[in-house]
Design a protein around this ligand. Structure first.
Ligand code: PHE
Length: 452
């Protein structure tokens, strides 16, 4: 077998992980999760989750990947025994499901981006903006742009770790940051900025107390989704590390970037929404498109700003999508000795097909996203922390210690965090997430089905 690829540089690994983390989760999901969770109250709970759960959980994945140098399925077969050996397959399933709708939504952004070069965003009332979203989000347009986006992902992944992913993220991640900072500065000058900031930044603690049952799974799901945790991305990326470096430092850097960018996005999106006078509470998947096109239609230079905004999101989505695909591709390469190009083509084709229903009816978006976020990612993360905390704690601390000059007792602190508090929070989030999802299946989805 040919030699397994590795990252060329440390920065390459960090940028790839940041590129994976920063994506539709930060820009499309985050604002509507904030809206659904009541603004700043959600933000607070989410930040707590990222710090307390996200950091130990990212280390769990890093340690598994670097220890085994294998894809998630192979890694767990290597380290585990009995039923633990099969956890990796869950990640492959999750990867397929996420990628199918992720590509469709990314396609919408791409379509809006191209719109800036042709018609522009001259939709002056909510009806028209909604109509535009309707025509873009389902039907032939959606299918076409889903195909274009998938093709871009396939090219990057097909080119491999160094020539494809590492090179691409070196350009994309700095571009995303620069563009978002520019947009946030512009947004600060808008009329709605101060109302937006107070909505976004002053938490109503009453909401947290009254609505913890919704906030908890929402914030947990968002934290995992945005950090690309719970489906083996960080296992896979860490498996390409050629040398032993300080994983906790890398983890902090990656989480810092992702969280900083999510917060920054709020400083871009909410001033636009408040200035256009739309309701930030409208918690639908199309909210960001509807309110932003309206804003871009009204403000001076809206067309250029729109092009920049939608283009930025499309780039961010691409750098995340390649990580999802890489998990599945690495599995075929490692376990079935496929060559990279064949593996990429097979996986890409299958995912494209799975995404087709989403391009035809938005109910499938809810069906897939709800399953991923409320259940699959949390379940994946839960199984991993149980495994590392209770089955291979010694190997895991040993691995974490490599590249850290003086681990001291922090290895034990980490293992105990992983063993009990994190497990508890995940179990509760998972239970609430399942309840929510069953509720969705028995109401919205059942209604849709009955109406067929
Ligand atoms: N973290 C990515 C985002 O925020 C999405 C993602 C989830 C990527 C899970 C990989 C795995 O858009």
């Amino acid at each position: 077998m040919s030699e397994r690829e590795t990252w060329a540089t440390r920065t390459g690994f960090i940028l790839a992980a940041v590129g994976s983390a920063v994506g539709l989760g930060n820009i499309w999901r985050f604002p509507f999760a904030v809206g659904e969770g009541g603004g700043a109250a959600f933000l607070l709970v989410y930040l707590l989750f990222v710090a307390i759960i996200g950091f130990p959980a990212i280390l769990v994945e890093f340690v598994i990947g670097r220890r085994t140098d294998r894809n998630p399925v192979g890694a767990l077969k290597d380290l585990g025994h009995g039923a633990w050996r099969y956890i990796g397959y869950l990640f492959i399933i999750t990867g397929f499901v996420i990628m199918s709708y992720y590509s469709v939504v990314a396609g919408w952004f791409l379509r809006y981006f191209t719109l800036g070069f042709t018609e522009g965003y001259a939709v002056d009332d909510p009806e028209a903006a909604l109509g535009l979203f309707g025509s873009i989000s389902t039907g032939l347009d959606a299918l076409l742009f889903h195909a274009i986006f998938m093709a871009a992902v396939l090219i990057v992944v097909g080119l491999g770790i160094r020539q494809g992913i590492e090179l691409a993220v070196k350009v994309m991640v700095p571009a995303i940051i620069a563009l978002l900072v520019g947009l946030a500065l512009y947004a600060a000058t808008m009329d709605g900025a101060s109302a937006a900031y107070s909505y976004y930044l002053s938490p109503d603690f009453g909401v947290i107390v009254d609505e913890w049952q919704t906030l908890l799974p929402l914030a947990a799901g968002q934290a995992f989704f945005t950090l690309s945790l719970g489906m083996g991305v960080m296992i896979t990326y860490a498996s390409y590390l050629g040398e032993d470096r300080n994983l906790s430092k890398d983890g902090l850097t990656i989480i810092g970037f992702d969280t900083g960018i999510a917060i920054l996005v709020g400083f871009v999106v909410f001033p636009f929404i408040f200035t256009a006078g739309t309701d930030p509470q409208q918690e639908t998947v199309g909210a960001i498109f509807v309110s932003l096109t309206q804003a871009f239609g009204e403000i001076p230079a809206g067309q250029i700003l729109g092009i920049i905004f939608f283009g930025t999101v499309a780039i961010a989505a691409l750098s995340s999508a390649i990580s999802i695909l890489e998990v599945v591709v690495s599995y075929l390469i490692d376990e079935y000795q496929q060559d990279r190009v064949t593996a990429t083509a097979i996986v890409g084709g299958a995912i494209f097909l799975l995404g087709i229903p989403v391009t035809q009816d938005l109910i499938f978006l809810d069906l897939f996203d709800g399953a991923v976020d409320g259940i699959l990612l949390v379940l994946g993360a839960l199984l991993l922390v149980l495994f590392v905390g209770w089955v291979i704690p010694d190997a895991a601390t040993d691995e974490l210690g490599k590249g850290i000059a003086n681990l001291g007792s922090s290895g034990d602190v980490w293992i105990w965090l992983v063993r009990v508090p994190i497990v508890l929070v995940l179990v509760v989030s998972l239970a609430l997430g399942i309840v929510d999802y069953v509720d969705f299946l028995s109401t919205d989805f059942a209604d849709w089905f009955a109406a067929r």
